[in-house]
Ligand binder design. Structure first.
Ligand code: BV8
Length: 246
């Protein structure tokens, strides 16, 4: 894949690089994206219906088991070349902000440091009623387990549809999009708000915006560059081109 020289030069001179990732960056690790038909047991459910407070209130056991199934799947996979390329890009950058919609923790496992988890983390758990994190609880065979403090059901510490994003995370992500020189939008269909607006905020603030995605998205026509391919391939090529233009 050809990486434009102007892109590499912008990266080399950038004071602040910001990156937004979506499920596509974990696809090469074997984690199904939202747009893929849900595999196996969950093929008949729509994530937008399952990832909501209403679904949990209606059927806490089913929603808890959906997340337990995804946790087990994610715990068995490894970060891929795309995750590692982003960790390397951060090492080389003066200032680097990684904003992720993903809840799989793979960026951290690949060595990325300055990570903003817009939608939480599937490996963290919180009390459904108190909305505060719970790090340990007595193992029981009740599903979902109950909060050791108040006895309410526990839930994954992720942002469901219809729920506000963590205020601090969203503010930091907005600030990064508005102050960076280069903004990557990688592996996201650009449908879910407010994350989907971040690349447009960056464009409006004068940043170079690069889309990395094998398919077109609502951002494609506005992006400065589109790298039409898999994140693992494209980002590895970007790092290679950076190294060759030392
Ligand atoms: C909010 C965590 C304020 C949970 C997620 C009506 C009522 C209520 C809300 C709304 C409404 N209408 C609109 C909204 C706002 C709503 C929204 O945006 N809805 C959409 C569907 C229109 N947003 C919200 O509710 C947010 N909160 O707005 O609060 C509010 C409050 C009340 C009322 C109104 C507003 C909260 C959104 C967060 C939801 N939680 N995840 C969980 O994971 O279970 S979202 C989840 O889906 C992901 O985190 C991610 O954000 C999204 C999936 O998108 P992608 O990551 O882009 O993945 P996708 O599969 O779509 O695409 C993959 C892409 O990768 C593709 O383009 C593909 O081509 C590409 N790809 C594939 N392989 C590769 C690749 N790319 C590169 N390399 C590859 N190898």
């Amino acid at each position: 894949m050809e990486i434009p020289i102007a892109l590499i030069d912008a990266l080399r001179h950038a004071k602040h690089i910001a990156v937004l990732t979506g499920a596509g960056v974990s696809a090469e690790s074997g984690v199904p994206t939202f747009r893929d038909a849900q595999t196996g047991l969950w093929a008949k459910f729509n994530p937008q219906e399952l990832a909501t407070r209403e679904a949990f209130a209606r059927n806490p056991k089913m929603v808890w088991e959906w997340y337990a199934y995804r946790r087990e799947l994610i715990a068995r996979v490894e970060p891929n070349a795309g995750h590692y390329a982003l960790a390397e890009m951060e090492q080389r950058a003066k200032n680097f902000t990684l904003i992720t919609q993903n809840i799989d923790g793979l960026h951290e496992r690949a060595g990325s440091k300055n990570i903003i988890e817009l939608h939480g983390n599937i490996f963290r758990t919180k009390c459904f009623r108190e909305d505060t994190r719970v790090s340990a609880w007595l193992a029981t065979d009740e599903i979902p387990p109950r909060c050791p403090r108040c006895g309410s059901y526990m839930r994954p510490d992720v942002v469901w549809f219809g729920e506000n994003l963590p205020r601090r995370a969203l503010d930091q992500a907005l600030r990064a999009a508005e102050t960076c020189d280069v903004f990557f939008s990688i592996g996201t269909s650009g449908v879910v708000e407010p994350a989907a607006s971040l690349p447009f905020n960056a464009l409006r603030s004068g940043a170079m915006v690069i889309e990395v995605n094998p398919e077109e998205t609502p951002l494609s026509d506005s992006a400065t560059f589109c790298l039409r391919g898999a994140a693992g391939v494209a980002l590895t090529q970007v790092i290679k081109a950076l190294n060759s233009r030392l």
